[in-house]
Design a protein around this ligand. Structure first.
Ligand code: ADP
Ligand code: ASP
Ligand code: MG
Length: 437
């Protein structure tokens, strides 16, 4: 069985939804994972923020705008009055639920429920469209099997057991539709896999049922060698390894959710990135094979902060770094880059929620300096330790950009650099010009 995940733009309007039908109607059995229609999750986040802020009228207005938009979608999507009527009723039930939350007394749990509506709606709309066209399909609710544990990691044991049980209920359906992004947490409450999480859903499902291929359908012909949102003339990479793709996704290549490569890599399931607007294009294939090339791709991740700790107690001492790491562990804050000298250590984080608390505790170990609004640039290529002469092009390219930290040797696939976010676009362009001439 294969997995086909369609992102927000691939279900972004009635035409796009109709265009999925030929893609999913072959005779092979498949699980179709859908995102919310593009823009919906952002609108739901805005509604939730307004409810938190007790701005009732604005929340209702936004809710009403979204409800109206979906009524138009229903009108355009279905041909028959019967399906339009049930479509409208279905939409109203979902927006009614949002309307009923009490602004000001809005909880984290309710926020998750609001955010889940996009995927619940898109999957039902497609299911109804197939029903209207007499195409057999099953709707498999993700909330019956997709679960994260108390650390926010997928509960693979639970997922596999429950997904397989649910799948046994639809042995004859070639098209099995489910929601990306949404899940339950360890307490059984509605939760999600973080923004962009539908890719992760597809990969988790693929791994759970050992699928033949995980296809991620989006609005571009696959992985490009630089970020097409900022750099012109980026080129598609036809083949890339799990390790390389994971580095790029983690370091900001938006085409894939940062965690989505791991489940596929664990079970060695090929991942194919495809463009719904150009289905005939082969896209990018991600497998365990690595074809070494000097430079393969560049990505950038924003929202980085660096903490620089300087302490004479570090000199010739052991156990110092353990104490530093324990502080980050207490605040459940992962470290991305690290660089040490004799008496100082610099660490970067992408979650600054507890930065002040962390800095306060670090100050008991030494002097602490914080810098924010930084970006990590990750260059993926051949950085195997036995190689000579690979990095100079990177430093030549960036000789006008202040480099705040460099990480080399942590992985044979990548080299990372820390820069000011205001220099990010220039840095990405310079790297494309020098590395991918
Ligand atoms: P979806 O809604 O289908 O999940 P996303 O917007 O999450 O789509 O991801 C696709 C977008 O990722 C592309 O439109 C592109 O702008 C952006 N992107 C960023 N870096 C890359 C890259 N290296 N290769 C391809 N796309 C990238
Ligand atoms: N709808 C969710 C989001 O916008 C998940 C996804 O699209 O992957 O983040
Ligand atoms: Mg995405």
């Amino acid at each position: 069985m294969k997995i086909m995940k369609f992102g927000g733009t691939s279900v972004g309007n009635p035409d796009r939804m109709r265009a999925l039908i030929p893609l999913i109607s072959d005779s092979e059995q498949k699980i179709v994972v859908l995102s919310a229609m593009s823009g919906t999750t952002n609108s739901l986040v805005e509604i939730a923020d307004l409810l938190y802020a007790d701005r009732k009228d604005e929340a209702s207005k936004k809710n009403e705008q979204l409800r109206t938009k979906y009524h138009q979608v229903v009108d355009e999507l279905y041909e028959t009055e019967k399906f339009r009527k049930s479509g409208h009723e279905f939409i109203d039930t979902h927006f009614e639920q949002i309307r009923n939350y009490t602004p000001g007394a809005f909880t984290k749990l309710q926020e998750k429920e609001v955010l889940a509506q996009g995927e619940l709606i898109s999957t039902s709309l497609l299911h109804m469209l197939l029903q209207e066209k007499n195409i057999r399909a099953a709707l498999l609710p993700a909330l019956t099997f997709m679960r994260i544990d108390k650390d926010g990691e997928p509960d693979y044991f639970y997922i596999e057991e429950n997904l397989k049980r649910e799948l046994r209920k639809c042995p004859k359906e070639n098209i099995i539709i489910t929601q990306g992004f949404i899940c339950r947490n360890a307490h059984g409450e509605i939760d999600n896999l973080k923004r962009g999480g539908s890719d992760f859903t597809a990969s988790i499902i693929g791994a759970a049922i050992q699928s033949s291929e995980i296809q991620i359908w989006t609005d571009i012909n696959g992985f490009h060698n630089n970020d097409p949102r900022f750099v012109e003339d980026t080129k598609v990479i036809r083949e890339i390894s799990f390790d390389e793709a994971a580095e790029l996704a983690y370091f900001g290549a938006k085409i894939l959710h940062p965690s989505s490569v791991n489940p596929a890599r664990e079970k060695n399931i090929p991942v194919r990135l495809k463009n719904t607007m150009e289905p005939e294009d082969v896209g990018t294939l991600i497998t365990a094979n690595c074809r070494w090339e000097d430079y393969k791709a560049v990505a950038a991740k924003d929202g980085i902060s660096v903490l620089r700790i300087r302490s004479d107690r570090m000199l010739m001492a052991y156990g110092f770094l353990r104490k530093v790491f324990e502080i980050f562990e207490t605040y459940k804050t992962p470290i991305d880059m690290i660089s040490t000298s004799e008496v100082s250590v610099s660490l970067t984080i992408d979650n600054a929620s507890y930065i002040n608390e962390i800095a306060k505790e670090l100050r008991e170990l030494g002097a602490v300096e914080i810098e924010q609004n930084l970006s990590i640039i990750c260059v993926v290529g051949d950085f195997r330790p036995e190689r000579t002469g690979s990095a100079p092009e990177i430093f030549e390219a960036l000789n006008t950009i202040p480099l705040k930290m460099i990480s080399y040797g942590g992985s044979p696939y990548s080299l990372s650099l820390l820069i000011d976010t205001k220099n990010k676009v220039d840095a990405l362009r310079l790297l494309s010009k020098h590395l991918f001439k």
